[in-house]
Ligand binder design. Structure first.
Ligand code: SF4
Length: 499
């Protein structure tokens, strides 16, 4: 599967989530690009979360419905399977995210199969390119075996990677246990490496209502656009140009470009459609990306954040892809569920990385040391405290032995930790990263804010989906289907041909 050498990006006007209008636009896009689906055709939306509170975070089902109908329109009998697959974020069962986002009814109407990637066997993919973070990774079998891969992201800002367009949507082609490996200050490199698993033949992004500022709880920004393309790097470069970001400053795009996946220079990309690039830029004027350091993010709140660098050997002074960004998303989730959370929050100090400055902690105030790499040597009140890094080199993290930690285990461990440190001036949360879910739970327990996971409207469908997920994978194990399968996938052209 070779990324297109003469990439085209199509920018179209669309001001409504009308599946029929989207179908017509996408069908014309497929015609312009000369594409027809075939074999196992897999659509990968961004359903990072779901439900009315997160409705600007995910690719809307009306959008995917239009895309699926357009793919059927372009099928000349060569499609064996039309499917939609995803691993959503923040520890939610994907089947719950699909249901909450309105995908289930839509998939039934569209006669498309649903894949919840964490319920599928995981296939080992070897890497051999220069500069890789590791020699192999795992991806769900439907991704590894897709013949025609369609990426359907949501146009959003991202607090860890500046933007989430087409390439960043690949973080959902791994289940939790594998996704969290390297989801730290090397996140951009991880995303660039994931490009070797599969390249999409077609990309269609939901930019009708884009998401500004954040990724889970973005501010809606009407762009009224459907953007399509056939090369992921070129596509992301055009999306960057629309919001005035230099794609070479977004490391995962830069790396993929340098590795031969596609051009970032607009002169090398054919941009067509009924909306010019200049008109698209005018529509996006003022669009804010989300790259804000954690210290600044919490200014003026009851939380003071202190960020030292992640481990020395790893060449950066801030962990953009890990714990600091996760706490920014965590507080925004709590704000959605409980508007009094900021008022309820006790004075709290949160330390990331190797922090060498002073901690301005008042009597009775608590300090959280967040993540394996947090380090501190100094006073907290009248006590001298030494926090040592427990960071493990990434070379010691073998994807073969990655373990799944479910939300209930996380909940119990966060509660136990807070209970055991109740009378201490500080508490340490280990993990690399400490996930958004764990940070939501920690802030929730400390502030007494409403726990989104125990929200009465959410808890019954969540628990039902959780039990179905766990029983599905248990049944597969009983049938002898291995969850992780070593060795390359069976598709002939497994790796994109670059370099
Ligand atoms: S522990 Fe957290 S802050 Fe430290 S390197 Fe890992 S993800 Fe980054």
């Amino acid at each position: 599967m070779k990324p297109s050498a003469n990439p085209t990006v199509i920018i179209r006007h669309c001001d409504a989530y009308d599946p029929e209008r989207i179908r017509a636009i996408v069908r014309e896009g497929l015609e312009t690009l000369g594409l027809r689906p075939h074999g196992r055709t897999l659509v990968k939306p961004n359903v990072v979360s779901s439900g009315p509170m997160f409705k600007n975070a995910y690719t809307r089902p009306e959008f995917v419905e239009g895309v699926l109908a357009a793919l059927r329109d372009r099928d000349d009998g060569a499609v064996d399977e039309l499917a939609v697959g995803e691993r959503c974020g923040i520890t939610i069962p994907t089947r719950r995210a699909f249901a909450g986002a309105g995908y289930d009814e839509m998939l039934e109407r569209a006669r498309a199969k649903r894949y919840c990637f964490e319920e599928e066997p995981q296939v080992e993919i070897p890497y051999s390119h220069k500069g890789r973070l590791r020699d192999y990774v795992f991806t769900p079998e439907p991704v590894a075996r897709a013949d025609f891969f369609v990426n359907c992201p949501k146009f959003k800002a991202h607090p860890w990677t500046t933007v989430t367009f087409s390439m960043k949507n690949y973080i959902g082609i791994q289940d939790d246990r594998h996704r969290l490996i390297d989801h730290d200050h090397r996140l951009n490199e991880k995303i660039a490496d994931l490009q070797y698993i599969v390249q999409p033949q077609f990309i269609a992004i939901d930019a009708i209502t884009a998401g500004e500022g954040r990724m889970l709880t973005p501010i809606p920004f009407p762009l009224n656009l459907v953007i399509m393309g056939d090369n992921q790097v070129a596509f992301d470069a055009v999306c960057c140009a629309i919001i005035g970001v230099d794609p070479m400053t977004v490391d995962h795009i830069r790396l993929a470009h340098e590795r031969g996946f596609g051009p970032v220079d607009l002169a090398a990309i054919k941009v067509v459609g009924d909306v010019s690039l200049d008109e698209a830029k005018a529509r996006a004027k003022g669009f804010k990306v989300g790259l804000i350091r954690v210290e600044k993010y919490f200014e003026g709140s009851h939380i003071t954040a202190y960020a030292g660098p992640p481990p020395d050997s790893e060449k950066t002074d801030y962990c953009w892809g890990g714990c600091p960004g996760a706490i920014e998303e965590a507080i925004e989730i709590l704000r959605l569920f409980d508007e009094t959370v900021d008022a309820k929050m006790p004075r709290l100090h949160v330390v990331f990385g190797k922090y060498e400055g002073p901690l301005a902690v008042g009597p009775g105030e608590k300090v959280i040391f967040m993540g394996d790499c947090s380090e501190y040597d100094g006073p907290i009140g009248d006590k001298l405290v030494q926090i040592r890094s427990t960071y493990k080199d990434r070379a010691t993290k073998d994807p073969h032995h990655a373990k799944h930690e479910d939300i209930y285990v996380k909940m119990a461990s966060v509660m136990a930790k807070l209970a055991s440190s109740k009378d201490d001036p500080y508490v340490r949360f280990g993990g690399c990263p400490v996930s958004v879910a764990e940070q939501v739970l920690a802030l929730c327990f400390l502030s007494g804010a409403k726990n989104p996971i125990l929200d009465p409207k959410e808890s019954i469908p969540f628990n039902k989906a959780y039990l179905q997920w766990r029983s599905t994978t248990a049944l597969q194990r009983l049938k002898g289907v291995p969850y992780q399968r070593e060795g390359a996938c069976e598709r002939g052209e497994a790796r994109p041909e670059v370099e």
